[in-house]
Write a protein that binds this ligand. Structure first.
Ligand code: PNS
Length: 157
């Protein structure tokens, strides 16, 4: 059984993340979606709310939704998983992802980091853009999973 960990802030989960999860399930049997808790980074949604939104959006898929408050490599060790899944949208993502992947692999040499790209229709999507839109009253329908649309709006209004 091939399992990969898909870590991220997911503040909130978007259709871009869901796109990656669906693609990943064609490659892996099971995905652990791991919400990173970073007390230094201000998040709009508390980790429990982020986990709940992901659970709702991924119902019926072979995923486990969890959160972690430690180094990603330590979390991967704890879960006995050696595959990390991340995604690229544009070249602007590259530097950060490249550095993080190589640093994590240096610290945990048997780790592999696998990158998937979202479909073109989701290339422009990010949690930050969704938040900015929602905060200023923009309609974020179609940018986030339908089932979490309401909870995202109520987080701002
Ligand atoms: O969605 P994001 O904000 O790009 O996700 C970043 C995340 C949570 C994957 C990253 O910050 C992370 O792995 N945090 C855990 C702490 C850690 O291992 N930091 C060292 C990374 S080199």
């Amino acid at each position: 059984m091939r399992t990969a960990i898909y870590p991220g802030s997911f503040d909130p989960i978007t259709n871009g993340h869901l796109d990656i999860i669906h693609r990943a399930l064609k490659v892996f049997d099971r995905i652990i979606i791991a919400v990173g808790i970073n007390n230094e980074k201000k998040s709009v949604f508390p980790a429990e709310a982020r986990v709940r939104m992901i659970q709702t959006a991924t119902r019926g898929l072979n995923v486990e939704v969890d959160s972690f408050n430690c180094l990603l490599i330590d979390y991967a060790r704890k879960k006995k998983c050696r595959i990390i899944l991340r995604s690229f949208r544009a070249l602007s993502d590259f530097d950060y992802e490249f550095q993080m992947a190589l640093l994590n692999r240096k610290m945990y040499p048997s780790l592999e980091v696998v990158f998937l790209m979202p479909g073109q229709e989701n290339l422009y999507l990010s949690s930050s853009a969704v938040k900015e839109f929602a905060r200023k009253g923009g309609d974020i329908k179609g940018l986030v999973p339908g089932t979490v649309y309401k909870s995202i709006l109520s987080g701002f209004r």
